[in-house]
Structure formats: C-alpha cells, structure tokens
Design a protein around this ligand. Structure first.
Ligand code: F6R
Length: 360
C-alpha cells in the first residue's frame, strides 16, 4: 500500500490524472474503473482538460462504474449513469456506450448483477480502479457488515450513507434510494491497481481504519490492505477553521512531510496551530507529532483542548488551548502581536518537553 498525502484536492487530482495518463500512454485500450460522488470530480475536470489539450485519449478505453442506485427513473439526473455521462464520458473522447454500469432498471436485479460481473470478467476486470470512500468506510456501496469476498450484488444503503448523499437530492434524505447494485469487494479487488481518493475531515475515521485498522467487515475498505497495488491519496484532512480568516495572509498550511523535516520548518514558523479538526484522533496524532517538534525548537503551539494537548500544554505558559473561534483568535493575536510573548511561551514549551521526554 502506498499512502500519498497531499495538501489539496487539486494536488490529488493532478497526481491521479498523472497516473491515468501514464496508464493510457502505455495501454491506450485500458479498462478503467470509475467512481461517482464528489471525491473524483476534480480528477474528472483534470482528465477533461488533458483530453482537450490532446495529452490523453479515451478513444479506446472501456470503463466500468462501481455502482448504481436502484429505484431512480431512467431520466433522473442523480442516476450514476447520468452522473458519469455528465462529468466524464461526454467531456472526453470516450465512445458512447463504452462506459458501462450495472443495469438497475432491469426488473430482474439478480440477473443484472450476474450480467455485470460477467461483463467485467470478459473485459479482464479493471487495469485501474478509481475509488472514493464513505464516511462509514464503504467502497463502492459495500456497506459495513457485508462479506469481504462479495461479487456484484444488490445492496442496502445505510442511514449514514443516505444522509451523506442527501446533498445530491436537495437535502431530502427520503429522496435518496434505499438500494443499489454495487460491484462487490472481491470484484473491486480484481483490479490490477486501486487508487482511492479521500478528502475532507469526515473521511478521517474511515481512513484511519483503512490504513491502521484490522481487516474487518465493520470497515469494508480495510480489505484493500490485502491488495498489493493500492495507493491512497488523501488531502485536506485538516480543514482551516473560520478563526483563521483574519490571519489569512500569515497562515501557511504545511504540506505533510516526513517528521524529521519538521524541526527545520517549524524553526521558521511563528506559531504552530494544531489541530484544526476537533474530535479526530487520526488528525490529532499527526498534530501531536508536529506539536512535539514545535516545542523542541521553541515554537509556541495553539491547540484544541483535546487529547493529547489537554494534558501536555499548560495554558498560557507552554502554549494555548482554544476551543472557540474567539479563543483561537485571542491566542493568535497575542502571539502574533508580541515577539517577546512568543519567545517566552516557546522557551517554556521547549523546557517542559526536554524535561519530560529526556532519559532520566
Ligand atoms: C461512488 C461510490 C462511493 C463513494 C463514496 C464517497 O461510486 O461508490 O463509494 O465513493 O460514497 O462519496 P463522496 O466522494 O461523495 O464523498
């Protein structure tokens, strides 16, 4: 598994498009697995732009969608067939009819599932499958609790997924279908390469289970740990809070980088802001490493009053804990406004950390 953490959804789109460009260069008649939802949209914009610029061609590509809602009429704009036509197929030079999806309009849904699995098998399954991830850890529409060796099947959407997707249905959760046809987890795992794109802090828990958890039906995406060729592309996990708006020109979002590069970067930083996403252990453990490094080079930290900061920061002396936007602003203003205060708090933080973590 390769984990690529980039700073923005745009950077992810570029990387993913590079990957698809190199696939199509080496294999113009590739089989591409496509995902719907918002995560791959910047990627589809990028692919359309590269196609318009003549850098890539989909003329020989065959595509397979991950899933389709059951119960939407043929002309419904949120059918995944319509979504893919609108966002990718019609914007590149892919042949009409070359992007396949499960036939959820077939009255015999079981036959539709078997036909779809057979069509994918006949095409040799996907060379590269693009994936998003649900906040409950689903890939495709393989919801928690389903078997890890499933093939294309009719699935039931969880309440959480229906709530997440209500934004595509005028925020009316009752309008979101209850059923779908989805490639199974074993179908997805047939792809030679899996590229999963996750953006937004609501995906952090699912990503934590995918990267660090046990392989378990409770978090379906965790099955991907068994795939030799997967890349996870994560971006924007730390969402800037509104409290930073006033200091926009002074805030630099630090790209994720190896921990050993942090001290050099933090030495030139006035204040370490960590973390900006509350109640999120995945982000907080990363932020905690940044905080420790910051303290070691005497850079003061402002953090949310959650673990591990609640215990580690002595508020006002070795850093600041801020839970409301106002508290964030006050702490930032105090530290930005006074170099002496920054030095005082930074030096105390460094002293405490050295005393605490040095060998006896
Ligand atoms: C899409 C799909 C889903 C989505 C997931 C994330 O075909 O099957 O697994 O990838 O629900 O959706 P977004 O990207 O909208 O957050």
């Amino acid at each position: 598994m390769q984990l690529v953490i980039l700073d923005s959804a745009q950077a992810l789109a570029q990387r993913a498009a590079d990957e698809i460009e190199s696939l199509l260069t080496s294999k113009p008649a590739a089989v591409l697995g496509t995902a719907t939802g918002s995560s791959p949209l910047p990627l589809y914009d990028e692919l359309a732009a590269r196609c318009a610029a003549g850098r890539i061609s989909f003329a020989e590509v065959t595509g397979f969608m991950l899933d389709e809602y059951v119960g939407l009429p043929e002309d419904h704009p949120e059918r995944y067939a319509a979504f893919m036509e609108r966002n990718l197929r019609s914007r590149v030079d892919m042949r009409p009819g070359a992007l396949h999806g499960p036939d959820a309009l077939n009255p015999d849904l079981q036959a539709a599932c078997e036909d779809y699995e057979a069509a994918m098998a006949a095409a040799g399954y996907c060379d590269l499958q693009i994936l998003g991830i649900g906040s409950d850890g689903h890939i495709g529409f393989n919801e928690p609790g389903g078997p890890l060796d499933s093939r294309t099947h009719v699935g039931v959407l969880t309440e959480q997924t229906r709530r997440d997707n209500a934004r595509f249905f005028d925020d009316d959760v009752d309008a979101v279908p209850t059923h779908c046809i989805t490639q199974g987890l074993a179908t997805i795992m047939e792809a030679r390469r899996l590229v999963l794109i996750a953006t937004g802090s609501n995906k952090a828990e699912a990503v934590e289970h995918l990267v660090e958890g046990e392989v378990s039906e409770d978090w379906p995406a965790s099955v991907m740990q068994r795939h030799p060729e997967i890349e996870l592309w994560l971006g924007g996990l730390l969402e800037p809070s509104k409290a930073l708006d006033a200091f926009g020109d002074r805030v630099r979002r630090m790209p994720f980088r190896p921990w050993y590069e942090l001290p050099a970067v933090l030495r030139d930083t006035d204040i370490c802001l960590a973390p900006l996403a509350l109640d999120n252990r995945f982000n907080e453990s990363k932020s905690a490493i940044k905080w420790l490094e910051a303290a070691l080079v005497a850079t003061p930290t402002i953090a949310s009053p959650t673990e591990p900061f609640r215990e580690a920061i002595d508020p006002g002396r070795t850093g600041f804990l801020a839970s409301t936007e106002q508290e964030w602003e006050e702490a930032i203003e105090l530290l930005i406004g006074s170099a002496a205060e920054r030095t005082r708090v930074g030096a105390q933080a460094q002293r405490e950390v050295l005393l605490h973590y040095s060998p006896e």
